[in-house]
Design a protein around this ligand. Structure first.
Ligand SMILES: [Zn+2]
Ligand SMILES: [Zn+2]
Length: 159
């Protein structure tokens, strides 16, 4: 079994080989801001600094480095992604916004990044520009944990 036959990290319900793999390997370009956002989440899961750099808008890319990105990965293990809302970002549009919550583990401690990201379409590609960090979304403590353990949230991670 290869990684290609697993469900994609981005939560699209497609197989990795038919989803973000095609973007991370440069076989095709995401056609929407949401697809780019999802592929960047997958790149964080796989610690693919090159893809994260390449998908940054040029001004942001000028301020980032491969080394700093690699360092920023730390021990964070990204677990799952929820796309909450998309504004524009469709094929043929120039701008898009995607609001999402991304869940991670750092050792035993669980955490959440809730962000509204901005994207632009230039020269045939979507790029990530920047984002606003928002307060964490509230989760029902009886729902299945975002880490995929199958346990309820309240039973899964220490606060
Ligand atoms: Zn994917
Ligand atoms: Zn959990």
């Amino acid at each position: 079994m290869t990684i290609d036959t697993l469900s994609c990290y981005c939560g699209s319900a497609k197989l990795y080989g038919n989803c973000c793999a095609t973007y991370l390997r440069g076989e095709q370009k995401p056609s929407t801001a949401e697809a780019l956002m999802r592929s960047r989440f997958t790149a964080f899961c796989l610690k693919d600094a090159d893809y994260l750099l390449a998908s940054l808008h040029k001004e942001a890319r000028a301020k980032e480095s491969r080394k700093a990105l690699l360092r920023s990965f730390g021990n964070t293990q990204w677990c799952s992604l929820r796309v909450i809302r998309c504004q524009q970002g469709a094929p043929g549009q120039q701008r898009g916004e995607v609001e999402f919550a991304a869940f991670y583990l750092d050792g035993d401690i669980g955490g959440q990044l809730h962000e509204r990201s901005r994207f632009v379409f230039e020269e045939g590609c979507w790029f990530y520009v920047d984002g606003d960090i928002l307060p964490p979304i509230s989760l029902a403590r009886n729902e299945a944990c975002w880490c995929g353990s199958g346990r309820k949230l309240k039973k899964c991670h220490p606060e």
